[in-house]
Design a protein around this ligand. Structure first.
Ligand code: 13P
Length: 250
């Protein structure tokens, strides 16, 4: 039985003044340990949040990672640094990184490898644009994004990773994929990986992301291959985020 995972991607939001009360309210909730719960703040807040989360059931993740180990890469943050400040997870290949900052499949795969080389669990984001869905190309696109990582790191690496299906048209739009649309792509992802290794595919946590809210989380999480969510806007409000965590508990 796969555990449910709920991760909050704070994106470029927050401040020291906002983060303290938010994390305090999250940590005050009961039974947090019954699901895997992760918060992913901007880089500059990681160390301070790591201190706040010490010994807590909520884990820390970053939103991005440099592909190189170290060196003259101005503005980049390495996997070793993320590990050093207390991260356990890191999001790689978010559609905002792919779309706004030109990260291609090969770079995303290198970031996935860099994260794992330092013992971080990558949360690999995959997903199609609206035009690609409308052209019936969803499986093709998601398959290509997955294959790029398998080609570099091998199927075995998915034993130490999480995949998040995030249809780009559902991110920040209030337009959620229907539970059936999500389940269809999640099942495809699991099947695609199962062709390589059935056990690894069966154990893999596959999250859905894209306008998940307290009001729609339960139905999404009831789908057979939906193992939780990657939450953007709704992760910035403690009550809303905790309702989503409660929905994951079933
Ligand atoms: P929203 O939940 O705000 O749609 O964002 C989803 C997302 O991109 C999480 O990574």
């Amino acid at each position: 039985m796969r555990r449910k995972l709920v991760a909050g991607n704070w994106k470029m939001h927050g401040s020291r003044a906002d983060n303290g009360p938010l994390i305090e309210a999250i940590l005050a909730a009961p039974n947090l340990e019954t699901v895997d719960c992760v918060v992913c703040p901007p880089f500059v807040y990681l160390a301070e949040l790591a201190r706040a989360l010490r010994g807590a059931a909520v884990k820390l993740g970053a939103q991005n990672v440099g592909a190189e180990a170290q060196g003259a890469y101005t503005g980049e943050v390495s996997a070793a640094m993320l590990k050093d400040v207390g991260c356990q997870y890191v999001i790689v290949g978010h559609s905002e990184r792919r779309g706004l900052y030109g990260e291609d499949d090969v770079l995303v795969a290198r970031k996935f490898a860099a994260a794992q080389s330092r013992g971080l669990l990558p949360i690999l984001c995959v997903g199609e644009l609206l035009a690609e869905r409308e052209a019936g190309r969803t499986h093709e696109l998601v398959g290509r994004q997955l294959e790029a990582v398998v080609a570099l790191t091998g199927i075995g690496s998915f034993a130490r990773a999480v995949v998040a299906y995030e249809p780009v048209w559902a991110i920040g739009t209030g337009r959620t994929a229907s539970p059936q649309q999500a389940q269809d792509v999640h099942a495809f992802i699991r099947q695609r990986l199962a062709e390589r290794d059935a056990k690894i595919a069966a154990d893999l946590q596959i999250l859905y992301g894209g306008s998940v809210k307290a009001g729609n989380a339960r139905e999404l999480f009831l789908q057979a291959d939906v193992d939780g969510g990657l939450i953007g806007g709704a992760s910035l409000k403690a009550e809303e985020f905790l309702s989503i965590v409660a929905a994951a508990r079933g």
